[in-house]
Ligand binder design. Structure first.
Ligand SMILES: Cc1ncc(COP(=O)(O)O)c(C=O)c1O
Length: 378
């Protein structure tokens, strides 16, 4: 297994081989390729495209994506600063936070162009500072559940996310310029957007008549075979019936397949008939592996191949395990193991449990050279 086999490309010389692991690698070509694809889809649907920074807030990623998107979606003052520091203009900045600390509001209005609030209480508290400085959005909860796991379903019962439609219909939306409606997670089906919009048009036509824009949120995965029709129909409907500008702000789909984590085998031993390979990374560098109990993709793994290992993380947690993998050549101490498709919600959620340092961060550039990146949080 070779660390340089990343995203199907080969880094120049031994550039990646000599880097100390664990490291996180952004493949610039793969980020650009995916951003081009997403942009083609959203242009085709006549919808404005934002990158939701929470999926991967690295400055390099933000800088690369700036030329493909109309702006960025951020969840906090800190992410707003990250965008404005990485790219001085960066297009429209849309901020949404479940609640905004009163001390952050003023500064947020200096950085963001659109600020969406999560409740009528937040609206009345913050409106005086937001009004006439930014576009004010209100997050609504359409009540259309598409996600099986309630931990990731913004529309779960008694959700904390957005104003439910019955409350919205009896509330006062004076001063609200747009609505924010993030309602999905990792969906391949843009038909969900169409059915959600149909539901809103039937239930809250008066609200849609009163506002100027809608932000459809993220939660959708754009791939080569994505059926774009339902998104195009939903956008066309919102524009023609309600004269709305439409934004979409996916995150994970821009970056998931474009980044890897490279680790080294530190120890190999037998445990009651299974061969355990301990790595110098941990599931805490990819917390969703533990959260969702998913097995991440590893370069060189072949189902049924001769050499079988439980790949295990370095922390003291018994369940710090990546899963069972098979390779056609044996691993040895010092072998490199490359976790592919590790670009979304990894570093942003990673932590240093047991004092295990976060991975270093590098970008594999278009010309095959490797750029390193350091900041105070990594
Ligand atoms: C408000 C909002 N917008 C956008 C996103 C991005 O979603 P994803 O990365 O699944 O596309 C999220 C994810 O939680 C979100 O909460």
């Amino acid at each position: 297994m070779q660390a340089q086999a990343v995203g199907g490309r080969t880094a120049s010389g031994r550039a990646l081989d000599i880097l100390q692991t664990p490291f996180f690698l952004v493949d610039e070509v793969a980020v650009r390729r995916q951003a081009t694809l997403i942009r083609q889809y959203t242009d085709g649907a006549r919808c404005r495209l934002l990158y939701s920074v929470k999926a991967n807030p690295l400055p390099d990623v933000i800088t690369i994506l700036a030329s493909y998107v109309d702006g960025f979606g951020v969840s906090s003052l800190s992410e707003a600063h990250e965008v404005r520091t990485a790219v001085s203009t960066g297009g429209n900045l849309h901020a949404f936070s479940v609640a905004i600390r009163p001390t952050d509001v003023e500064e947020l209005t200096e950085l963001a162009d659109y600020v969406s609030v999560n409740s009528f209480g937040e609206l009345s508290r913050h409106r005086p500072l937001l009004e006439n400085r930014v576009q004010i959005g209100l997050r609504i909860n359409p009540g259309t559940s598409f996600v099986e796991d309630p931990r990731y379903d913004p529309c779960r019962s008694h959700s904390k996310l957005g104003v439910p439609l019955p409350e919205l219909m009896s509330g006062d939306i004076t001063g609200v310029n747009g609505i924010h409606v993030h309602a999905n997670c990792d969906s391949h089906d843009l038909g969900h957007i169409k059915s959600m919009i149909d539901h809103l048009a039937k239930t809250i036509p008066d609200v849609l008549d009163q506002v100027n824009w809608v932000n459809l949120g993220g939660g959708y995965l754009f791939e080569k075979d994505t059926e774009i029709g339902p998104l195009a129909e939903a956008v066309e409907f919102l524009q023609s019936q309600f004269n709305l500008s439409v934004f979409i702000e996916p995150g994970a789909t821009f970056v998931r397949n474009a980044c890897s984590i490279v680790a080294t085998v530190l120890d190999i031993f037998n445990s009651s008939g299974k061969t355990i390979a301990i790595l110098d990374t941990t599931v805490n560098h990819m917390p969703e592996v533990f959260e969702y109990q998913i097995q991440p993709d590893v370069v060189g793994h072949i189902n049924g191949a001769e050499h079988s290992y439980t790949l295990a993380g370095l922390s003291c947690l018994a369940g710090d395990l990546f899963g069972e993998y098979n390779f056609d050549k044996p691993l040895t101490i010092g072998s490199r193991v490359v976790f592919e498709n590790a670009g979304a919600y990894t570093l942003a959620k990673a932590h240093t449990f047991n004092g295990i340092a976060l991975p270093s961060i590098y970008t594999l550039s278009e010309d095959g050279s490797v750029r390193s990146f350091k900041n105070e949080t990594h």
